[in-house]
Write a protein that binds this ligand. Structure first.
Ligand code: HEM
Length: 207
């Protein structure tokens, strides 16, 4: 059984020179724990071509076997696939070009769009649109905690969620409680906020 990995972070497209060209898709993301195997990009199948012309892929892998004890620690995962001999300009039908690739993970999606006219003869490396990866505690993480969170957690566990030092030191414990949905006590965070917190850790806990 495969399931979507936690997050998708980078999608890279490259065209291999051949006529018609092969489209190589490289994706990188994070599994929620170590020991996930067989990372794979599984294409979506469409009865009707998607309006935005973007082909979707599920970024999946096989979780650790049931009963395995693993740390809740985001673990880098890579997968790639090739779409052989594709006609990009008429991919979805006459005149309907393939506009890009989108990878779906559990908490987010990441896409790479062709930003140059398609059908170009050269090999191209097209990075995904740049993302705001400069997450800081002050600007991105601290605002996620409400006063009630800070006051409660100081009261029950002497855990000051308003403090960079405290949150950095206990980041994995905090993330595990956000991920399992038991904190905050009155309802889990939206996946996008958990993703922000997880990325902030993964990117080195900037103050
Ligand atoms: C984003 C907000 C919050 C985060 C990240 C958070 C995080 C945590 C963490 C990491 C623990 C475990 C501490 C340990 O094992 O030493 C914990 C425990 C606890 N938290 Fe929070 N908390 C949040 C908000 C709240 C709120 C709003 C309440 C409201 C009542 C609350 C009540 C508790 C209680 C009673 C415990 C101890 C029992 C348990 O471990 O489940 N927390 N919290």
């Amino acid at each position: 059984m495969t399931t979507r990995i936690y997050s998708a972070d980078i999608v890279l497209l490259s065209l291999q020179k051949s006529n018609p060209p092969n489209l190589v898709i490289d994706a990188e993301g994070y599994a929620s724990t170590p020991l996930w195997t067989n990372p794979t990009l599984v294409p979506h199948h469409y009865l009707i071509p998607p309006e935005d012309g973007v082909q979707g892929f599920d970024f999946v892998a096989t979780p650790p076997p049931v009963g395995t004890i693993v740390l809740q620690r985001l673990t880098k995962t890579r997968a790639n696939t090739v779409m052989p001999a594709i006609d990009i300009t008429n991919f979805w039908g006459p005149g309907q070009a393939l506009k890009g690739i989108r990878c779906y993970a559990q908490t987010n999606t990441k896409q790479a769009l062709f930003d140059v006219p398609v059908g170009m003869p050269e090999v191209a490396n097209i990075p995904a649109a740049p993302t705001a990866e400069d997450l800081s505690f002050a600007a991105d993480v601290r605002p996620l905690f409400r006063d009630v969170d800070i006051n409660m957690m100081i009261a029950v566990r002497n855990l000051d969620l308003g403090s960079f030092d405290v949150v950095s030191e206990h980041a994995d414990l905090i993330l595990s409680r956000l991920l399992d949905g038991t904190m905050p006590c009155d309802g889990p965070w939206p996946a996008s906020d958990i993703d922000t917190f997880a990325r902030w850790i993964a990117l080195g806990k900037t103050p």
